[in-house]
Design a protein around this ligand. Structure first.
Ligand SMILES: C[S@@+](CC[C@H](N)C(=O)[O-])C[C@H]1O[C@@H](n2cnc3c(N)ncnc32)[C@H](O)[C@@H]1O
Length: 396
């Protein structure tokens, strides 16, 4: 079978055509499959809701058919996917109530073992037009492995780290697609990179091969390549695949790729780290006491609390960019304002200010930093800052 597109780095290959036909002609075995199939939402006409005409049309490929047709289609493409999935591989399928029950039933009938049903809650969902039911804010992801008996890969530790040290649950609050991911065009049902990022880092290792049989604009492929995974995508539409190729070209620019990686990893819900420089004597004393402090505000005594402060869960101490050590705060997002005198009572010797922001952390359990970060910046090395935890974890 001839590919529609193969990138120069051989990490991104596309096939144009019907998913089932293409899959039946493939001999490659994949480590993981992500599928965002038709949800069957499009009715071919507009609905009048609260006096406003609204079209839910996604395309001919998404046209509502009978329940039997939907079940038959789901069984056929899932069966074709099963043939190209490694025995220890996993499959993710997205959907809404329109298709997801059929998908889950077919998966079980075909011999897959369902691992989780993830609820993706769109943290920035717009109000549903109709006032006849609750607001729609969620989609579902069924995650299943090929075999009942053969173990699958799950990076539980990484998920725990990006979730502030506690086991990640099955409700994910992630915002909808943002403008920075649509600079090359727009797909009517494009998925956010942040969603694919979490799926990929949780269930694959670097260098592995991922398939998306309903690839569209290839959000899966873009996230996969940014994370050092290889990608194969199928879509019936040349228009969507050409948009995907533009997206791949976009990340061939290293600066764009780095910026996009950062945005993709920076989940607005992510836990944050307060990064604090301390002179070496003070650094040792802070670790001994499990207390980190810095001056509150400017000379006029104001305290500027920036967004993300409420998600603070770690403190990173360093001395002029060296000896970085990461610790968990005793209470999430919790800080106190202490006077100079209070700090003195704890054996510190603060100077130059009356008030200090104080954090209490668990010094008995330093957390391993997995990524080398240059803290010795040209400017402002000594100023405390808030950074996402992913900056210090080797996410790949
Ligand atoms: C829900 S969209 C996927 C969007 C994609 N996740 C993204 O982020 O851009 C489903 C895609 O499946 C394609 N499609 C639908 N039926 C297909 C079929 N039988 N074979 C191949 N592609 C199909 C459509 O063209 C559409 O782009």
């Amino acid at each position: 079978m001839e590919s529609y597109y193969q990138s120069n780095d051989h990490q991104f290959e596309l096939f144009q055509g019907d998913a089932i036909e293409c899959l039946n002609n493939m001999s490659t075995q994949f480590d993981m499959i992500f599928a965002d199939p038709p949800y069957f939402l499009s009715r071919g006409y507009s609905l009048k809701i609260n006096g406003e005409w609204k079209s839910f049309e996604k395309g001919e490929w998404d046209r509502v058919t009978s329940l039997n047709n939907i079940n038959d289609f789901n069984r056929r493409w899932l069966s074709a996917c099963r043939n190209v999935l490694k025995n220890d591989g996993t499959i993710w399928v997205s959907g809404t109530y329109h298709n997801i029950f059929s998908v889950a039933t077919c998966l079980v009938e075909l011999g897959f073992k369902v691992l989780n049903i993830i609820v993706w809650q769109k943290s920035d969902a717009k109000p549903t037009l109709s006032r006849s039911y609750f607001n729609f804010t969620t989609e579902y992801l069924v995650w299943a492995r090929k075999s009942e008996k053969i173990p699958h890969y799950f990076n539980c530790e990484m998920m725990e780290q990006i979730n502030g040290g506690v086991r990640m649950g099955d409700v994910w609050r992630i915002p909808f697609v943002a403008s920075w991911e649509m600079k090359q065009g727009k797909h009517p049902t494009q998925k956010p990179l942040r969603l694919l990022y979490r799926i990929i880092i949780s269930s694959t290792r670097e260098g592995e091969l991922i398939l998306d049989p309903f690839a569209g604009s290839c959000t899966t492929g873009i996230a996969a390549n940014l994370l050092g995974r290889r990608f194969v995508g199928i879509d019936q539409s040349k228009k969507f695949l050409d948009y995907a190729i533009k997206r791949k070209h976009e990340i061939e620019d290293e600066n764009v790729a780095n910026a996009m990686f950062k945005k993709m990893a920076e989940n607005p819900e992510e836990v944050m780290v307060i990064v604090n420089h301390a002179r070496s004597v003070l650094y040792r004393k802070m670790i001994e006491m499990g207390i980190c402090y810095f001056r509150a505000g400017d000379s006029k005594g104001s305290l500027l609390v920036t967004p993300g402060f409420e998600r603070l869960q770690y403190v990173l101490l360093h001395t002029n960019g060296e000896n970085a050590q990461l610790f968990k705060l005793k209470t999430k997002g919790h800080f106190q304002i202490w006077t100079q005198e209070t700090l003195q009572q704890y054996g510190f010797n603060p100077r130059n200010a009356n008030y200090y922001v104080v954090f209490h952390f668990d010094a008995s359990k330093p957390i391993e930093i997995k990524k080398h970060v240059n803290l010795h910046e040209h400017k402002n090395t000594f100023r405390s800052k808030i950074r996402p935890l992913s900056d210090f974890m080797g996410i790949k």
